[in-house]
Write a protein that binds this ligand. Structure first.
Ligand code: G3I
Length: 361
């Protein structure tokens, strides 16, 4: 019995390693003339050899899923000891190290995610002495901290991974209220508590422009971006930042469902974003679904819209590699399940072959 179990295990392991087959056409190659195809990855996934093979085969852009978020890179003890109340110290953690090393060694460009966010940002970043208690700092002190945080983030990545290409960064993430209604209010965002207006957004982009490596495009990134009121909020702020010359693009997170929003409504928002003259990246695409054929058709239709607008879309990133790895548990949101192509993958691969060459001007 033991013998058969061991044999079954060996077949399972061998089977799995061969399952990540190279004869499944590569997404990144198929869409190469239109845009990069990206995925988010976790430190836990990237250390797996099979996952590495799969990622190298299909993707030419990577976003660390959680590993570059403020709570992952800010070092409280070091900030308290060396920060002089104004200099938050940044360290690349072990999980981020695995991802950035993989990207650096395989020449895969990275989308950084993220600098200014109301979530996954430690409360101590906003308090006197970088302590867990006591008063919140003034707007003036926070401004110096914001500049140093952004400066230290780019400098640390450059120091630890000199050969890494950071081609885009989400400078601000989800600064607007859930489904429209302007900026996320006081009480929901420590940034807003301290600043009271959009100055923290403007300053974050100014500092990012000052310290980001050459060629790194600066993005404002949000969800529910296809809801008209939210589209308008994003547009207003993005145009303001564009007029100051400190933003390059709008990130459409694109967490959608097979039932909502319609591709038409999505396209309306995309078109409005493109009309600003800014770039647009699809940054966190997934589609919750129970009917996988419906999902496949909608993915196909969505990709047709993206391909039609490819001249202003440098990359399209899925929020995960395979359904089992997604933050949406049980929602079948991606193109692969157990790293195997789903119907949605095959439908997406029917898009693009007869389309015009990318306008590279
Ligand atoms: O690392 C801890 C682990 O130590 C602990 O034992 C475990 C217990 O729950 O939690 C682990 O942390 C989790 C983390 O993911 C890493 O797996 C957090 O609980 C969990 O909340 C966190 O979820 C992430 C979420 O952002 C947090 O806001 C998801 O992985 C990540 O996919 C998701 O990504 C966001 C984008 O950043 C912004 N847009 C929306 C998108 C989806 O929510």
């Amino acid at each position: 019995m033991k013998y058969y179990c061991a044999l079954a295990l060996i077949f399972l392991v061998i089977g799995n390693s061969f399952c990540l087959e190279d004869d499944v056409p590569s997404l990144k190659e198929h869409f190469a003339k239109y845009f990069k195809i990206g995925t988010c990855v976790s430190g836990g996934e990237i250390v797996n050899g099979n996952a590495q093979h799969f990622i190298n085969h299909h993707f030419n852009s990577i976003t660390p899923e959680n590993e570059l978020k403020p709570d992952a890179i800010l070092d409280q003890a070091a900030s308290q000891q060396q920060g002089n109340n104004v200099n938050p110290i940044v360290k690349i953690g072990q999980q981020a190290y695995y991802i950035l090393k993989f990207c650096s060694e395989n020449g895969i460009p990275v989308r950084g995610h993220t600098l200014v966010w109301h979530s996954q940002t430690p409360d101590w970043l906003f308090r006197e002495g970088f302590n867990n208690w006591g008063n919140y700092v003034s707007r003036d002190v926070m401004n110096i901290r914001l500049e140093n945080f952004i400066k230290n983030t780019f400098a640390t990545i450059k120091r630890d991974f000199p050969n890494l290409t950071l081609y885009a960064y989400d400078v601000c993430n989800e600064v607007f209220a859930g489904s429209g209604g302007g900026l996320r209010p006081k009480g929901e965002s420590k940034w807003m508590d301290i600043y009271g207006d959009d100055t923290y957004i403007i300053n974050a982009f100014k500092f990012a422009r000052k310290y980001a490596p050459q060629g790194c495009k600066l993005y404002i990134n949000d969800f529910n971006e296809y809801m008209p009121a939210k589209t308008q909020n994003i547009l207003d702020e993005a145009v303001k930042l564009k007029n100051m010359g400190i933003i390059d693009g709008i990130g459409m997170q694109s967490h959608i469902g097979s039932d909502w929003p319609s591709v038409q409504d999505y396209q309306t928002a995309l078109t409005r974003f493109i009309q600003t003259g800014l770039e647009v990246m699809v940054t966190e695409l997934d589609m919750k679904a129970t009917d996988l054929s419906l999902q496949a058709n909608k993915y196909r239709d969505l990709f047709q819209v993206l391909v039609n607008n490819n001249a202003r879309i440098p990359s399209v990133t899925f929020w995960g590699t395979t359904d089992e790895r997604s933050w949406i548990k049980g929602g079948n949101p991606l193109l692969f399940s157990n790293y195997q192509p789903k119907e949605a993958y095959w439908k997406v691969m029917t898009v693009g072959t007869n389309n015009k060459e990318k306008n590279l001007k």
